[in-house]
Design a protein around this ligand. Sequence first.
Ligand SMILES: [Zn+2]
Length: 427
Amino acid sequence: MPTAHQDSEYLDRRKETMSEEERRPILNDLLGRTLELAFLNSRAYGEIYGQAGVQPGDVKDIDDLSRLPLLRMSDLVERQNQNPPFGGFETVPPDRFQRVYVNPGLIYQPGGWEDEDTSWAEAMCGAGFKRGDRLINTFNYHLWPFAFMLDESAKMIGASLVPAGAGNILMQVRILQTLEIKGFLGTPSFLMSLAQRAEGLGLEVRRDLALEAAMVGAEMLPESLRQRLEDKLGITIRQCYGTVFLGCLGYECRHATGLHVPENVIVEIVDPVTGRPVPEGVTGEIVATRFNPAYPMIRLATGDLSLFSREQCPCGRTGPMLKKVLGRVDQATKVGSTFVHPWQADELMARYPEAFKYQVVVTRDRDVDRMTFHVEIDEGQSDPDRIQRRIERDIEEVLGVKGEVKAVPRGTIPDFHKKIDDRRQWD
Ligand SMILES: [Zn+2]
């Protein structure tokens, strides 16, 4: 097999396939430099580590990381409220940032180095995208950073990209066809909608579209949905996982044996209560450290559950691999007397390819809990009311508690959203 083809699977083959003995000192060095910056220049980290009694020299190796307290999004938000806009996590004056992204919940994020973080580009190579491919990016470009991160990553791999955003589905089908788009970036449910709309227009999608691969994220990808998409479109579907503050934390290669952790980030699986790493193969919370020198994220807890895989992937990548993301640490919510888990809601909604995205909102009205599924339903559906009623029936059947469905316009639900938004006020 020609080397050029083999190398196209990797962004940086040498780094991705180096031995643990080679990789460790590189990561330790990055960690040391990042911590030094954080200790010296970031007010927030200075305070947090001061309170925890940690000195700069205490962490010299990845194994020492658990001496540092976990950082939670709630801490970050609280500090941003006290010390706007960035909470003092920045290590440079706030006016030095080229961009400010605004995540849902008014969580501010400085930007301007999307062209330096290689994690998503590594994921794209794993998904099968290569130099010269034409890609379509259907993630939302409005306020949130994710679409821009992928946009810059496409440049890194030498692909060309259509910044479509989340919008007019009919136009997107035409773009796919006319521009002979090879790669899709977006949510699995949106890809399904595109495929169905294309079929509705009389296209034979396997023949009339040039699509070869899709990298999907921001939603769960049930295997049944992956299978349906691959069969319908005749392409490979690979998923990526990450958060906007941490970058990509895992991606599937063509073998899809698990989620490879990119080479430029440290991922730990920890006990959510103690913050200590759990033994290999045990489920815990995903915590990651990203070496952005201007806005470092050190031991940021994701709230997502996973476990490390012991398998060796045939692709030859040697870094850690997550098995899959299993759900949320903190999001099981009691509605009335019934626990509702995000994975249950995911399973239920996977039955509805007509729904792009959904979010469960729990409120309380005169001492009674109310659960509402906000659902972005494909605007091309002839009978959205019928789908709404079917989902409502399934909610009661699957979750064991009544719930309403409210159709909301496309783009209402953010790309990285809380699956269950508990809006009840308890005094
Ligand atoms: Zn692999």
